[in-house]
Design a protein around this ligand. Sequence first.
Ligand code: BGC
Length: 513
Amino acid sequence: MPAVGIVIGDGNREYPGKLTLYVTMTCIVAAMGGLIFGYDIGISGGVTTMDSFQKEFFPSVYEKQKNDQESSKYCKFDSIPLTLFTSSLYLAALCSCVVASYVTREFGRKLSMLLGGVLFCAGALLNGFATAVWMLIVGRLLLGFGIGFTNQSVPLYLSEMAPYKYRGALNIGFQLSITIGILVASVLNFFFSKIPGGWGWRLSLGGAVVPALIITVGSLILPDTPNSMIERGRFKQAETKLRKIRGVDDVEDEMNDLIAASEASKLVEHPWRNLLQRKYRPHLTMAILIPSFQQLTGINVIMFYAPVLFQTIGFANDAALMSAVVTGLVNVGATVVSIYGVDKWGRRFLFLEGGLQMLISQVAVAAAIGAKFGVDGNPGVLPKWYAIVVVLFICIYVAAFAWSWGPLGWLVPSEIFPLEIRSAAQSVTVSMNMIFTFIIAQVFLMMLCHMKFGLFIFFAFFVALMSVFIYVFLPETRGVPIEEMNQVWRSHWYWSRFVEGDENGRVEMGKVH
Ligand code: BGC
């Protein structure tokens, strides 16, 4: 992914420009891409707990759940086709990343968004009208291909459109729209599950068509980014567009920087080989570990399977879906906290505070479930206060994730890569995220069945590990201009040995003037 739009000058000068109504509206429409992603994350868990859906597509799970009161509750949803339904989407997203990155670079961000939207619509329709498991899975694959395109192009589009001063907040704005999508999906699941006749799941799955249409139509009316125009040699057009976006006439400095950045990135012939050079070891390490760790927090266990999990611990169907709505609300609220705090308190503080809070709540959830369910998974009658305590700790956990690893898992990689490796490193980040999302989605129900409440300890262990990693290895990046970023590695006790730089602490290609 060419990320020339993230280049922000030499750190000493400011580009004139305002947060115009035009750019705000444009970004809101583009952020709809995040909404679709979130809708998908949130919809599958609720749908898979609906009786009518299970009866139609996964009858063995339904039978097991209804008739088999004897066996362990930890295992009642353990079914490979059921998990494949959820996880197939991430595999597809992973595969389409490569094509999407090419289309985004060669044909512009708009076309990539359009393709994403169209694939999405197709997937949503196939799912909504599904009469066989294969239609469900193919539909999920189409949705996944769509996500590959929109997740590649939308964040890039936002970064390129946003005035640089608002870039951090806008970056997390994409995450915010993901969380809103998750919330909307949980609320809809709650209501659609009540529709008499049990066909509400069709509306839940088919409902993805609405945000998909918004991004499809949006991509047709959205303007192209100046960066994208420059990359394709349309300089005059780009300048006019930049004036309109920024709401000022004096855009010369920014224009020159964009042209220089575009030229510099064209000079790089082997971004992948570059990435393997010794001086990029800290960047490569972060590109691999940050997204992997983000998924190893276990967040998607809650996002995908909250209703399943709540049913497992004995909630009625309704209460389980309602609890998913509550965690969804917490997720949105805490993301707003992150937007507010990320440039004030810094990334390290949020990472470490969030890590500690997640650790404590995971141990508490494990203890609460372990105490009642033991290892045989048969708790008897559960008191109401018990359920409330479990949901409370899950909310504390979700809040911690939503102001730390959630947004920062995307923000930090995007701001530490120097221009010459940004494209390749960003693809590594996206792919690692999708691979780990797939693995967690695929093995969670099996892990719950075998590791029982110990599953929460498993994730707690990783949260402890990643917090130590952040403490020891991640330098603070708050308030550091992107081209000056090499300095933070040069003054780091460990990474300094890998990184060279000139006397200003910049990497050669990062200087675009
Ligand atoms: C993660 C998703 C997760 C979502 C939850 C994102 O940052 O990448 O996997 O489901 O946050 O809000």
